[in-house]
Design a protein around this ligand. Structure first.
Ligand code: HSE
Length: 295
């Protein structure tokens, strides 16, 4: 018997929630198929869609690292074959490594008869993030496993809060053709922020979450700001500020860096504006002579 699970792309940080806020994207993602093997150990049997870039070694692959963390918790030696079908580009900022780990865990949990709740799978996926980029953040893995908007209220201990998804909200993703490693985009971050910056960021995250609960698009729009990571990271993403300016006039709610970039997300109050944001993005990247995919 084999089990296949799909896990979606995610937008982490969402501007105001560095390392603590993320949401899942409808439609795009990775698929993992798992089945028992006789060898009593994990084996990554194959990967498609990665251009040969991802490791098959079980200590390095995010699927097997996540599954190993789950099996360690259960304490029983079980052999599992893992087959990964990548739908997401690597190093894109769309939670690619997280989606692989999330799909691997959901498939394995189902194969084993669901010994864990979905919330309980999150720490296992965080171990995969640690291997992928050196930091065990949960703002991609939690929404990839749970869906919707998710807040990581705290890391020690882990405290995950599912948030409402406002009716009619749309996200456009713009993926410029450059690759940014999360470890590199984390290395440019400042280690300290000022009291004033902390106040501004806290106001925005609180406002954003209040906006989700009250379906208040104006409040969501005013709160989509980041004074912590974006000032350092936007410099690594050509077209970032040009796109922000271009979507101002069409009624989009705002834009920001998706996770650690280079993908840029645009939130819109309806599907028409989301499509128009995509057209604006194509113009912007055409003008600066850089290829970009728009989803
Ligand atoms: N919160 C993480 C970061 C997300 O910004 O580095 C990485 O995708």
């Amino acid at each position: 018997r084999s089990i296949t699970a799909f896990a979606p792309a995610t937008v982490a940080n969402v501007s105001c929630g560095f390392d603590i806020l993320g949401f899942a994207i409808d439609g795009m993602g990775d698929k993992v198929t798992v089945s028992f093997n006789e060898q009593k150990k994990l084996c990554v049997t194959g990967i498609t869609g990665d251009g040969g870039k991802l490791p098959l070694e079980v200590e390095k692959n995010t699927c097997s690292v996540a599954i190993q963390a789950l099996l360690d918790q259960m304490g029983t030696p079980i052999g599992i074959d893992i087959y990964l079908e990548k739908g997401l580009a690597l190093g894109s900022g769309m939670g690619s490594s997280a989606a692989s780990a999330a799909a691997a865990l959901v498939a394995t949990n189902t194969l084993l008869g669901n010994p864990f709740t979905k919330e309980e799978l999150v720490p296992f996926a965080m171990e995969a993030e640690r291997i992928a980029c050196g930091s065990a953040h949960a703002d991609n893995v939690a929404p990839s496993i749970l869906g919707g908007f998710v807040l990581i209220r705290g890391y020690e201990p882990l405290d995950i809060v599912k948030l409402p998804v406002p009716k009619g909200i749309y996200c456009t993703l713009v993926h410029p053709h450059i690759e940014l490693k999360t470890s590199d985009s984390r290395s440019v971050l400042r280690k300290q922020i000022s009291l004033k910056e902390s106040t501004v960021q806290s106001g925005n995250i609180a406002g954003f979450i209040a906006g989700l609960y009250t379906n208040d698009f104006g409040l969501i729009s005013r709160s989509l700001k980041d004074v912590i990571a974006e000032p350092s990271r936007a410099l690594l993403i050509p077209g970032f500020y040009e796109l922000r300016d271009a979507i101002k006039s069409i009624g989009a709610l705002g834009s920001g860096i998706s996770g650690s970039g280079p993908t840029i997300f645009v939130l819109s109050p309806n599907g028409e504006i989301a499509l128009e944001a995509g057209e604006k993005a194509k113009d912007v990247f055409h003008k600066i002579g850089l290829g970009a995919d728009v989803y």
